[in-house]
Design a protein around this ligand. Structure first.
Ligand SMILES: [Zn+2]
Length: 214
């Protein structure tokens, strides 16, 4: 008899499908509706760790180096990511400042930390596999560095007519971090990590859930 835990449900048409080990870089699709089910990606944990460590190294210059240098009416000024958020807080724009802080700083950093903890095995060692996977799932929906960069570019094109604008090193780091984050979002597959969570925990949770056990 086949292992019942290797059977998965197609999220699009509810067909029951037996999960099989795929060769590298191959993907499984539903035979009925062709929905993408799972894939075996080329990224090994060591490669994920290398990407996340690169992200951590980029963080100081992304957060503290000026994104832009401005010269307007003889006055020089510069702006970095954190200074911009603090200025928004200072102007009383609490919602906008909190949203930028969450989407452009906390969620991307959380995503890097979460994937590093999973790839390095720290999450499993600390018995935090399930909370880390849930946190990564939240962060991957909220990490929006590309939206921040697009809005920065729009502001830049508006400013270019009235001020002398020079790009700062922080913008380059932010661009590289955005590409790195997008690569992680596309190529990080949480399925193998979910499979490592012992099934005992799930059955214990069901036993304690009054809705599941009348
Ligand atoms: Zn299907």
């Amino acid at each position: 008899m086949s292992d019942p835990h290797s059977v998965i449900v197609c999220p699009a048409c509810d067909l029951l499908i037996e999960r099989k080990l795929l060769p590298m870089r191959r993907h499984a699709h539903c035979p009925r509706c062709h929905q993408h089910l799972y894939g075996r990606y080329a990224f090994r944990p060591s490669q994920l760790m290398a990407l996340t460590i690169t992200g951590f190294l980029l963080l100081p210059s992304t957060l503290f180096e000026p994104l832009l240098y401005l010269r307007l009416a003889g006055v020089n000024s510069d702006a970095n990511l954190l200074k911009g958020i603090l200025m928004l807080f200072g102007e009383g724009e609490l919602w906008v400042a909190s949203l930028v802080l969450w989407c452009a700083v906390l969620a991307p950093v959380g995503l890097l930390l979460g994937i590093f903890a999973l790839a390095s095995g720290l999450a499993k060692r600390w018995h935090m596999l399930a909370p880390t996977l849930k946190a990564v799932e939240v962060f991957r929906h909220w990490a929006m560095l590309e939206v921040y960069i697009v809005s920065l570019m729009v502001a830049l094109f508006k400013l270019i007519d009235i001020a002398d604008v020079r790009l700062g090193g922080g913008l380059l780091s932010l661009g590289i971090l955005m590409l790195l984050n997008m690569t992680l979002l596309i190529l990080f597959d949480p399925a193998p990590y979910w499979e490592r969570i012992p099934l005992q925990n799930a059955s214990q949770e069901l036993d304690h859930d009054p809705d599941q056990c009348p």
